[in-house]
Ligand binder design. Structure first.
Ligand SMILES: Cc1ncc(COP(=O)(O)O)c(C=O)c1O
Length: 336
């Protein structure tokens, strides 16, 4: 967002807009208010946005439109509005966003003394991150700053798995830029005909029409990549493990860890491989998901999780109810 905001300012934009599952809008909102660069106009879908993110957009003063639809609808609308009204668009269709996102890989390499890891594992939503990572590695190799390119694993949520379906089930490939567009069009036409909507607790990747699909295919080719899908169950369990390790992340981010676990089980990631999972969002972005998970237990799954098909929680760490009496409290503590 730093790169896109800078460019918006350079071209004298008065308004900058984005559609968002939450984080892009939070980021755009704070750039617009803290640096007084432009007015922020944010399009979010209804119902699905995590409150940690919505609260940022509202608090930082973004004009927030809650579209009666999902992220895919919001993105379609904001693209049209920006074109008609000459408003600066900050979604990852904007090339400056992708240029900025390359720096995530620069920071990873910096932390690893410029020795590329064996794997980069990243959640896939609109596929801006994965696209930019591939571009970063291609360019770094060409510049001679690294001598090999890590493998890339892009992880979809099973409820928003367009990339998985096209890449693994329909063998769609970059093919030197000559992608099979008929295959892509056919896939989306069928999706529309069936009115299929993305549905996952990992709201940040609840996206069925990834705008950077082709760029991601290029990244997958450049990085000898793989694509996997993980269930919400796997995502939430991985999220709890990340939290127990002292980091904490929002559900979408944990898709990377769940995906790495799956690839390790398949033997595609070797025990000796160095694996970097990108945790894309902070734990407090979606506290509802965290509390619902930890408050659940066998046979008493939180209704919101149950509605999403979660049947068990493996790492729940729920609060223990106890009477307001010292003896009872001590009893509980001693039984831990
Ligand atoms: C927390 C989080 N994870 C993953 C993603 C997905 O990234 P991309 O859209 O670049 O695939 C997003 C995008 O907004 C996000 O906010």
């Amino acid at each position: 967002m730093t790169a896109a905001s800078t460019h918006a300012r350079m071209v004298g934009a008065k308004y900058a807009a984005c559609a968002s599952t939450g984080n892009t809008s939070a980021s755009l909102a704070i750039y617009s208010s803290a640096a007084q660069l432009f007015n922020a106009l944010v399009f979010v879908g209804s119902g699905k946005i995590a409150f940690g993110k919505l609260s940022q957009a509202l608090d930082y003063g973004a004009h927030t439109l809650q579209i009666a639809g999902d992220f895919d609808d919001a993105l379609k609308q904001v693209r049209e509005v920006c074109q008609r009204e000459k408003i600066y668009l900050c979604n990852s269709v904007n090339p400056f966003r992708l240029e900025g996102q390359k720096t995530i890989m620069f920071r990873v390499l910096e932390a690893l003394n410029w020795q590329p890891p064996d794997w980069i594992v990243v959640p896939g939503g609109n596929l801006g991150n994965s696209s930019s990572f591939g571009k970063a590695f291609l360019e770094l190799k060409e510049l001679g700053l690294i001598d090999r390119i890590p493998r890339l694993a892009v992880i979809n949520a099973a409820g928003a798995n367009t990339l998985h379906q096209l890449y693994n089930e329909q063998s769609l490939r970059w093919n030197d830029g000559r992608t099979d567009d008929a295959k892509i069009d056919g896939f989306f036409s069928q999706m529309d005909a069936e009115n299929r909507r993305a549905s996952t607790l990992a709201t940040a990747i609840e996206i069925n029409r990834p705008v950077n699909l082709k760029k991601c295919l290029r990244a997958l080719e450049a990085c000898d990549g793989v694509v996997r899908q993980v269930s919400d169950q796997e995502i939430l369990d991985a999220k709890a493990q990340v939290g127990a390790g002292g980091f904490g992340c929002e559900p979408a981010s944990a898709a990377s860890v769940a995906g790495a676990k799956q690839l390790r089980e398949e033997g595609i990631i070797a025990p000796s491989d160095q694996v970097v999972c990108i945790l894309t969002g902070h734990q407090l972005k979606d506290p509802n998901a965290t509390v619902a998970y930890h408050s659940s237990k066998a046979g008493a799954i939180d209704p919101k999780l149950a509605a999403q098909g979660i049947e068990t929680v493996s790492f729940a760490n729920g609060p223990v109810p106890v009477a307001n009496e010292l003896d009872r409290i001590l009893e509980v503590i001693r039984s831990l």
